[in-house]
Design a protein around this ligand. Structure first.
Ligand SMILES: [Ca+2]
Length: 528
């Protein structure tokens, strides 16, 4: 085109040059389109031919504002209707011959905030979480998600596919991270200025694994209710099923959960100085369900002897009968209304059952009633070799890289015993430089009354991402995170979550439903 313009300038006829006008007009028409594309970047559709190692870009499409249709839910929630325009890139990654890792990368067409937010998974995963991608995109992030290398929420995929198990364990997330950053760089002409991980449950574990194994992948990690001690978590959860389902006498009817809950609150709610239906620090709570023991035969408001024993075991967690060592913590007093998935039957908790069937014993007919708290724990640990577990307490490289991390866990978590996160945090602090040093970069927030990742009687909606972003971007460490509880979409209580080991203390005046009347402070007193 430059050559043509140069020639046109020397038009010897001295008349308006039609070719020149045409060229200028063409350029002027192209200019708006050019500037609607990211500076120095590529068009969305051209990403379809982007060459990346062990990667096949399966589609690259511009999605107009409000037009995204998720594959599993054609109607789509309201949030999709308000999505801005974006470039949707789908790819398949094949780091091994048996791998088939699907990823999607969503890139805001306009108004990119310069940052990358990766989204985590739940359970055995096997699906890209489009809702999480939508939330990140709506905030201006370039974002990505993966199916972790298989489809479906069961553990069967692992049978005969050790490489796919590694993909699920950690490889898919790391590969997604590397490829997503490359796709972002290709589209915008520069890579993300900052990268964040956001995940809960399996997603919390994925975030910890990244910090432990690929410490430079993320600048900020938000890790909720991490399933990071996977092998022992699987034992802990399946042991609850074994405890309550093996012998019919030991089964606790779900109708009795509320009476146990009420008794636990009666014992421990007021310990924190506020009788509000929440146990601020269950580690101070000493509750024995024997207070509910039936005095005159079984009845709806009491527990039989075997039921008392089952409840005690749910609180205590499994212990190795030979070494007497705790295998995994128990659920906390306050969690009783959520006991159904692990203890309610008729089938055992599926995620754990699948782990032993398909990963440990490679036998779909394995019977959970035969779970052995000594040999089987040793076996699953031996098989794992760090594939599914993310328990390395040494985060010094992540800290050295300048990484920030917010951990959180609901005290009423009904699926992953919250004290496991306290245990990991303490082991990590001890290994990574002590509380004062680590606290400058990593903080744990325990959430009274919150269930697994969300829900529950306690304040359970929160914006920890903004807290993380402020910490990474501006060095403003979160001294508290304000959480809210809603009933019918109306906020009826706010309360600060405090950096462990601090707890929220009532100042003594004003509404106990207003976070402003609480302060985060250290607590005296030991564990239960
Ligand atoms: Ca209380």
């Amino acid at each position: 085109m430059c050559d043509k313009l140069e020639n046109s300038k020397h038009n010897q006829k001295g008349r308006p040059d039609v070719k020149l006008l045409y060229a200028v007009l063409t350029i002027s028409l192209l200019v708006p389109a050019f500037f609607s594309m990211p500076a120095q970047g590529a068009s969305c559709e051209s990403l379809g031919s982007l060459a990346l190692p062990q990667t096949t870009i399966t589609s690259a499409q511009s999605v107009p504002a409000g037009r995204f249709e998720p594959p599993t839910s054609p109607a789509g929630p309201t949030s999709y209707k308000s999505l801005p325009a974006f470039c949707r890139v789908a790819a398949a990654l094949k780091p091994t011959s048996d791998s088939d890792i699907k990823i999607e990368v969503w890139l805001p067409a306009e108004g990119w905030n310069g940052k990358f937010q990766a989204t985590g998974n739940g359970g055995w995963s096997g699906a890209i979480n489009h809702g999480a991608l939508a939330r990140a995109l709506a905030l201006g992030y370039a974002t990505a998600g993966t199916d972790t290398g298989h489809s479906g929420g069961r553990g069967e995929f692992a049978l005969g596919h050790p490489e796919k198990l590694i993909d699920f364990g950690y490889r898919a997330v790391h590969e997604m991270t590397v490829k997503a950053k490359a796709i972002i760089a290709a589209y915008y002409g520069n890579g993300p200025r900052l990268s964040y991980w956001v995940g809960c449950s399996s997603g919390g574990k994925q975030g910890l694994k990244e910090a432990q194994q690929y410490p430079a992948d993320y600048d900020g990690i938000l890790a909720g209710a991490p399933a990071n001690y996977w092998t022992h978590l699987m034992v802990g959860d399946l042991w609850v099923s074994q405890t309550t389902l093996k012998d019919p006498a030991a089964y606790i009817p779900k109708e009795k959960y509320p009476i146990i809950h009420k008794a636990a609150l009666a014992a421990c709610d007021a310990l924190d100085g506020v009788t509000d239906g929440l146990i601020e620090n269950p580690m101070r709570c000493r509750f024995d369900p024997a207070v509910l023991a039936c005095k005159d035969g079984d009845g709806p408001t009491c527990l039989t002897g075997p039921q008392v024993e089952s409840a005690r075991k749910i609180y205590s967690g499994p212990v190795n009968p030979r070494t007497k060592k705790q295998i995994f913590p128990g659920l906390e007093p306050g969690s009783e209304l959520g006991w159904s998935p692990l203890a309610g039957g008729p089938k055992p908790f599926q995620i754990s059952d699948d782990h032993f069937k398909y990963v440990v014993f490679k036998d779909p007919n394995w019977d959970f009633r035969t779970l052995n708290l000594d040999s089987h724990v040793a076996l699953t640990d031996k098989i794992d070799k760090g594939t599914l577990n993310a328990i390395n307490p040494d985060l010094r490289k992540f800290l050295g890289h300048g990484g920030k991390m917010i951990l959180y866990h609901g005290w009423n978590d009904q699926l992953i015993a919250p004290r496991n996160t306290v245990n990991y945090y303490e082991s990590m602090v001890a290994k990574s430089g002590g509380a004062a040093k680590v606290g400058q970069s990593i903080r744990l927030f325990m959430a009274p009354g919150m269930a697994h990742c969300a829900g529950g009687e306690g304040p359970n909606t929160f914006d920890a991402l903004t807290a993380l972003d402020q910490w990474v971007e501006h060095g403003t460490a979160p001294d508290q995170i304000i959480a809210a509880h809603r009933t019918n979409d109306t906020v009826d209580r706010t309360r600060p979550w405090c950096p462990y080991p601090q707890v929220a203390k009532y100042k003594g005046s004003g509404s106990t439903d207003d976070a402003a009347n609480f302060v985060c402070a250290a607590e005296k007193g030991g564990d239960r």
